[in-house]
Design a protein around this ligand. Structure first.
Ligand code: AMP
Ligand code: GLY
Length: 426
C-alpha cells in the first residue's frame, strides 16, 4: 500500500484529499499546496502545471503515488510524464484528458458512442457560428472549446447574448486560443448533478452523486463561480436513475475510451442535467471532467468510509479489484466562504478568525482553499477561501452543522450562500 503521496494542486479539493490520506497514515506532500494542507503534510513551491518541476519533486520526495487534482496538468500530460519515469500516478493520460480539454472532442465522442447529450454543432469559423445562431431563432448555449476555468460557457437567453459570446470568445479571443473553436448547443432545462466514478482502465467504483451550486448568489443567481457549495446525496437521483446513469452514460464512456485506445484511469466526473419529471426523468451529459470536482470532493471525502488510499492506488495501478464503495456518513454538505468581490477581483491578506471554534462543531471539517499563514494566524489569499464541510445523519443535520460552523468564522468582506442544498431541503 502506498505510504508517501504527492498531491498536485492547492485548493480545498486537494486539502480534502490530503486530510484523508494523512488520516489513513500516509506521509503527505503537496505542490503548490496551501496553508491548510501544510497542517497535515509538507508543501512545496512548484506550480501545478510545471510538469518538469512536478516530476522532479515526485522523485526527490520518493512519492509512491502522485494524485493530480486540477485539469490543466492532466491536459498537458503530467500523468504520462510521471508514468514514463515509473511513478504511479492517479489521473487520466493526456489522450483521455481530452474529454475535458476539448468540448468539441467530448461532444463528438458522445455522438460516436450514443451517449445522451444536448444536440450541438462545432464551428471553427466565427462568421458561420454567428449565422447559425441568427437563423436558429431559439436560445442556445455557446461554449469555447478549450479549458477556460469555468468562464467558457454562456447559456444565452436570446440571440443577442449568444452573438455577443461568439464575439468575445472567437473574435476578441478573451480566453485566448480556447475560443478558436466553438461548440453551439441546445439548451437543457432541469436539475444539475455531479456524478463521479473512479476507474482503473476497465473497472470502476461509483461514488455517491452530489450537487454543486455554481452561481455566486442565493437562488442560483449571479455570475458563475468555481462552486459555492455542494451536498451529497441529491434526492433527485433515485436508485433507478443511478442505474441508468451507470448503464447508459458511465459504462459506454469507459468502453468508448478503451475502444479508442485511451483506457480511462482516474476520476471521471460527469456533469449531468436531469430533465423531465418523475418516471420520465432522464440524465443527459453537460460535460465531462477528468478529475474530481471542487467542492464536491470535500463532501465525498468526508462521507467516504473505505480506504481512500486503496481507491486512488488501485486506480493508478490499474487494479481496483476488491475496492468497495463504502459510505460512513449518510449525508454531507459544504459551504464555501469566499472573498468580497469573487468571482471578480478580490482583496487578499485579510485576517481569518474563528477557525478553531468552527472545527469544534460536531461533524465539521474546515478545508482551506485560498489561505496563507501570516505569523500565527491565517489570512485570505484567494477567491474561494475556505470550504466548511459537515457530515450528518440527514442532509438537514449536515446543513445545520455546516452553517453553525461557518457562523463562527469571520474575515472582512466574507461572502457565503445561505441556501446550499435548497433543492433538497426545501
Ligand atoms: P460546462 O462547463 O459545459 O459544464 O458548462 C458550465 C455550466 O453551464 C453547466 O454547469 C450548466 O449550468 C451550464 N450548461 C452547459 N451546457 C448547457 C446546456 N446545454 N444547457 C443548459 N445549461 C448548460
Ligand atoms: N464543481 C465543479 C467543478 O469542479 O468543475
Amino acid at each position: 500500500m502506498t505510504k508517501r503521496v504527492l498531491i498536485v494542486g492547492g485548493g480545498a479539493r486537494e486539502h480534502a484529499l490530503a486530510w484523508r490520506f494523512s488520516r489513513e497514515g500516509a506521509e503527505v506532500h503537496a505542490a503548490p499546496g496551501n496553508a491548510g494542507i501544510a497542517e497535515v503534510g509538507a508543501v512545496h513551491p512548484v506550480a501545478a502545471d510545471d510538469l518538469e518541476g512536478q516530476v522532479a519533486l515526485a522523485k526527490r520526495v520518493g512519492a509512491t503515488l502522485v494524485v493530480v487534482g486540477p485539469e490543466a496538468p492532466l491536459v498537458l500530460g503530467l500523468v504520462d510524464a510521471l508514468q514514463a519515469e515509473g511513478i504511479a500516478a492517479f489521473g487520466p493520460s493526456k489522450a483521455a484528458a481530452r474529454l475535458e480539454g476539448s468540448k468539441a472532442f467530448s461532444k463528438d465522442f458522445m455522438a460516436r458512442h450514443g451517449i445522451p447529450t444536448a444536440g450541438y454543432r462545432v464551428f471553427d469559423d466565427a462568421d458561420a457560428a454567428s449565422a447559425y445562431v441568427r437563423d436558429a431563432g431559439r436560445p442556445l448555449v455557446i461554449k469555447a472549446d478549450g479549458l477556460a476555468a469555468g468562464k467558457g460557457v454562456v447559456v444565452a437567453k436570446d440571440a443577442d447574448e449568444a452573438l455577443a459570446a461568439i464575439d468575445r470568445f472567437a473574435r476578441d479571443r478573451e480566453l485566448g486560443d480556447a475560443g478558436a473553436r466553438l461548440v453551439v448547443e441546445e439548451t437543457l432545462v432541469g436539475e444539475e448533478v455531479s456524478f463521479h466514478v473512479v476507474a482503473d482502465g476497465t473497472r470502476y467504483v461509483a461514488l455517491a452523486p452530489a450537487q454543486d451550486h455554481k452561481r455566486a448568489l442565493e437562488g442560483d443567481r449571479g455570475p458563475n463561480t468555481g462552486g459555492m457549495g455542494a451536498f451529497s446525496p441529491p434526492p433527485v437521483v433515485s436508485p433507478a436513475l443511478e442505474r441508468a446513469i451507470l448503464e447508459e452514460i458511465v459504462e459506454p464512456t469507459l468502453r468508448g475510451c478503451a475502444a479508442e485506445g485511451f483506457p480511462f484511469r482516474g476520476a471521471l466526473f460527469v456533469g449531468l442535467m436531469i430533465t423531465g419529471e418523475g418516471a420520465d426523468r432522464k440524465a443527459q451529459v453537460l460535460e465531462y471532467n477528468t478529475r474530481f470536482g471542487d467542492p464536491e470532493t470535500e463532501c465525498l471525502m468526508t462521507r467516504w468510509g473505505g480506504s481512500a488510499l486503496a481507491l486512488f492506488d488501485g486506480s493508478a495501478k490499474g487494479d481496483l479489484q476488491g475496492v468497495e464503495t463504502e459510505w460512513d456518513a449518510p449525508a454531507s454538505l459544504c459551504v464555501v466562504l469566499a472573498s468580497e468581490g469573487y468571482p471578480g477581483a478580490y482583496p487578499k491578506g485579510r485576517a481569518i478568525e474563528g477557525l478553531d471554534r468552527a472545527a469544534e462543531v460536531p461533524g465539521v471539517t474546515v478545508f482551506h482553499a485560498g489561505t496563507k499563514r501570516d505569523g500565527d494566524r491565517f489570512v485570505t489569499a484567494g477567491g474561494r477561501v475556505l470550504t466548511v464541510t459537515a457530515v450528518g445523519a440527514t442532509l438537514r443535520e449536515a446543513a445545520d452543522r455546516a452553517y453553525a460552523a461557518a457562523d463562527r468564522i469571520h474575515f472582512e468582506g466574507m461572502h457565503l450562500r445561505r441556501d446550499i442544498g435548497w433543492r433538497a431541503l426545501g
